[in-house]
Design a protein around this ligand. Structure first.
Ligand code: ZN
Length: 133
């Protein structure tokens, strides 16, 4: 089953989508399998990271800004090459194991939609494959 979610994003930042992923798995009826979370945008990404201390999200963005700054020498006319690079560095998707009808995540893990060139209206897909209950 394929699920399509929409969200409004900040200028830059990580949006917790763990609840949406969990909901899609539950609605799919899949008990044991895998779930792919996919971002169809070239200046955004999907990642799994800590969901306990909100400062991790702030530091994540600050770290990526320092590692991949926007440079005047970049040729891309839209002026957002840094966001394109961050998108590929993080990746467009995550694959998550589904067990007992739930995503298999560590105690401190959450699934995040990463915005690098917002604010925008974005979407992401969740595909769930596996054995039915
Ligand atoms: Zn661009």
């Amino acid at each position: 089953m394929l699920f399509n979610f929409q969200l409004s994003t900040p200028k830059e930042g990580l949006v917790d989508i763990t609840a949406e992923v969990t909901e899609a798995i539950s609605e799919s009826g899949v008990n044991e399998g895998i779930c792919v979370v996919f971002c169809p945008h070239t200046t955004a990404a999907i990642t799994i990271n800590e969901n306990a201390d909100p400062d991790v999200k702030t530091d994540f963005i600050a770290g990526f800004d320092k590692s991949f700054p926007e440079r005047a020498a970049f040729r891309h006319a839209e002026g957002n090459s840094d966001a394109h690079i961050k998108s590929s560095a993080v990746g467009a998707s995550e694959t998550i194991i589904v067990t007992a009808g739930r995503p298999l995540l560590g105690t401190w893990q959450g699934v995040y939609f990463c915005e690098f060139d917002g604010p925008r209206n974005r979407k992401f897909y969740v595909k769930v494959i596996g054995d039915w209950k």
